[in-house]
Design a binder for this molecule. Structure first.
Ligand SMILES: *Cc1c(COP(=O)(O)O)cnc(C)c1O
Length: 390
């Protein structure tokens, strides 16, 4: 037994991981016999594309792939990542200096502050937002400062509202569009303004962009790296998790400023020993997938989003349909706070949503639905939601 009080002081500032907690609560209900439909974590139910699985299967039989992988990833994988950026965004990257594969983007996001942050440095992170921006800062003994994302501002942070004293100590700014949890998108002009702000204040701009491909109705999300000057101060995290239904495989990438990529590589080579080469071979196959397949998967997600939007509207909860991401972000009914609403929905109809406050104080008053359950389950959830008594 570890004696009470032996944990590092920083552990008092690192909350239990939101979805690890939610998993436990849902598991407890299920153990009690409740048929819970999980519309909480953003974890696609759609299987990984067959050519990707086939590439992995073939690679698994080659003992060369059983050994330690090269630290910076197979050259073919970095080339495939650069090729994907060229085709998708028209951005040219040097695969040796401006691209680094990661163990999912969470790996890169959590570890970047180790490379950039000294004690007392400020990390600017959106609120509501993906929890790892804040916990990564804490683990590096940095000081997170949360930027409110408000509906009336399109869920874009107001950089001009950050106090001068905070700006002075800021080293790193996190952005994330298309956004989790609000499902908001950002125009390229917003990225241009953020780049200018970061260059003026000598702040590193890190854009977390796992949802650029999960988009509907012809919407094409921009890359930060399309903006002139972005590469002076910026990097962008991508992931194969959401785009190719590969959350369990753990593969993503960071691209952009060569010095930032090098620094993160220096941290990572001291922590992990690269990505299982079988997964790297699979990732190459994924990045070469024809675009129609992605469109077909997005059509499935969009149908589900519409179905849940309609079911909620039927009980008087109006949520906007997003242009990207597989989330609906809506206001809870007036008489509830966000945890109370999620609890009421779980109790009444056995559907688990995520309370907005789980993503930060500014998420209070909101809830998030993720449509990453199989069609039949989403439709069953819709039917149940129509029976809510609020
Ligand atoms: C899902 C997600 C990630 C990370 O996913 P990985 O599986 O680690 O690549 C990062 N940021 C946001 C905002 C996400 O929603």
């Amino acid at each position: 037994m570890i004696r009470q009080g032996r944990a590092a002081a920083r552990m008092g500032r690192i909350p239990p991981y939101l979805f690890a907690e939610i998993d436990r609560q849902v598991a407890a209900r299920r153990a009690a016999g409740v048929d819970v439909i999980s519309l909480d974590i953003g974890d696609p139910d759609i299987p990984t594309p067959e050519p990707v699985v086939a590439a992995a299967e073939a690679a698994l039989r080659d003992p060369a792939n059983h050994r330690y992988a090269s630290y910076y990833g197979l050259p073919e994988l970095r080339a495939a990542m650069a090729g994907w950026y060229r085709r998708r965004f028209g951005v040219e990257l040097d695969p040796d200096r401006e691209v680094l594969p990661t163990l999912g983007s969470k790996d890169g996001i959590a570890h970047l502050p180790i490379a950039l942050i000294d004690p007392g440095d400020v990390v600017l992170a959106p609120d509501p937002g993906y929890p790892v921006y804040v916990t990564g800062a804490i683990m590096a003994d940095g000081e997170p400062y949360r930027l409110p994302l408000r509906a009336q501002a399109g869920y874009l942070p107001d950089l001009s509202a950050i106090p001068h004293e905070v700006v002075r100590r800021a080293r790193l700014l996190w952005l994330n569009y298309p956004n989790n949890p609000t499902a908001a998108v950002a125009p390229e002009s917003f990225f241009a303004a953020a780049v200018a702000w970061c260059r003026e204040h000598d702040v590193v701009l890190a854009h977390d962009a796992p949802y650029t491909e999960t988009a509907f109705d012809g919407y094409r999300a921009p890359s930060l790296l399309q903006v002139a000057g972005a590469r002076e101060i910026g990097i962008e995290f991508h992931s194969l998790s959401k785009t190719y239904d590969m959350t369990g495989w753990r593969v993503g990438m960071v691209c952009g400023n060569a010095e930032l990529v090098r620094l993160l590589g220096q941290v990572k080579t001291n922590i992990d020993s690269g990505i299982f080469q079988v997964v790297q071979r699979a990732a190459i196959a994924a990045l070469e997938e024809p675009a129609e397949q992605l469109a077909a998967r997005n059509a499935v997600l969009h149908r589900r989003l519409v179905a849940v939007r309609d079911a909620l509207a039927a009980v008087g909860i109006d949520v906007p349909l997003p242009r990207a991401t597989f989330y609906l972000w809506g206001r809870v009914p007036d008489s509830y706070d966000s945890i109370g609403f999620a609890a009421a929905v779980l109790d009444q109809v056995g559907v688990n949503l995520t309370p907005g406050v789980g993503f930060g104080a500014n998420g209070e008053g909101y809830f998030r639905v993720s449509v990453t359950a199989p069609d039949a389950r989403v439709l069953e959830a819709c039917e149940r939601l129509r029976g809510l008594r609020l």
